[in-house]
Design a protein around this ligand. Structure first.
Ligand SMILES: [Cu+2]
Length: 280
């Protein structure tokens, strides 16, 4: 379901991207959709030659270690949540030896201004954040929904600092939020009513991103040709970065492997640093 959503998302982005090149804010003497949108990021992203066309990045996130046992969540405090026993989903190992819920972002690609139609959605469903991991761009609309018949409160953090904390009673309209670079690249979502509820929003300069699903795979479409650092991020194991060359009309491959010995806590600064130096 997530993959489908992301695929659709990527298509919209590809469209938005080509639209922005065709009717962007800055005048351009070319009508080639392949040209990246004008912007200060473009230079840093492709210093050697201008990008020509777009390709895609495909890959999977494998796990070779022993996945930790996930404890049963203590959901009995709330009668509604208690109806559905669930385990912690900090690490979800898929049956094919891959990891679910790994965010993948393309660093240093031309910054794209998200169209209003481009939305990432986080639902509070059955007393869980769903999807648990969501990706987006700084400034992009992040829609936060409560589809449960109970009160949740959306408490977001940059590391330990609260970004906003807002109650969302049942039947409330969705919250539309945007996050800026000052908020950091990783925003943690918690619910003070149900302390086990955890979600993550991974942000980047552009809208080229994905999250692995039940087969551990991902696909990012509409990537301007060029060489990029692709970063995977797993909440328990942190980031991994590889460099990938994307060629027009081709699918580049980017495969990641975690073995479970990676550092247990995410260093927020690390992703900040690598993002600030995107394109190096
Ligand atoms: Cu809650």
């Amino acid at each position: 379901m997530l993959n489908k959503k992301l695929t659709a998302f990527a298509s919209v982005l590809a469209l938005a991207f080509s639209m922005s090149t065709g009717c962007g804010k800055k005048p351009s003497d070319t009508t080639t959709a392949a040209e990246p949108a004008a912007g200060e990021k473009t230079e840093a992203a492709a210093p050697a030659a201008p990008a020509a066309g777009t390709g895609s990045i495909k890959g999977k996130v494998s796990f070779t270690g022993t996945a930790p046992d996930m404890p049963e969540l203590k959901r009995e405090a709330d009668p509604f949540c208690a109806k559905t026993p669930m385990k912690d989903q900090e690490v979800v190992l898929n049956s094919n030896g891959t990891l679910k819920n790994v965010a993948v972002i393309v660093q240093g690609a031309p910054a794209a201004v998200p169209e209003a139609a481009v939305v990432s959605e986080i639902d509070q469903n059955n007393c869980m954040y769903a999807p648990r991991v969501v990706t987006g761009a700084f400034g992009q609309n992040i829609k936060i929904v409560n589809s449960d018949p109970i009160l949740h409160n959306v408490h977001t953090y940059a590391d330990t600092k609260t970004l906003f904390n807002r109650a969302q009673p049942k039947g409330s309209p969705a919250l539309d939020k945007t996050f800026s670079k000052d908020d950091g690249a990783v925003v943690k979502f918690k619910c003070d009513v149900h302390p086990w509820m955890t979600g993550w929003l991974v942000l980047n300069d552009n809208v080229l991103n994905a999250v692995t699903g039940d087969n551990g795979e991902f696909e990012i479409k509409g990537v301007p040709a060029g060489t990029y650092k692709i970063q995977a991020w797993k909440e328990k194991y942190g980031p991994k970065t590889i460099e990938v060359k994307v060629e027009a009309d081709k699918a580049a491959e980017a495969n990641f492997t975690y073995d479970g010995t990676e550092k247990a806590a995410f260093d927020y600064k690390e992703i900040h640093i690598s993002m600030n130096h995107a394109g190096n």
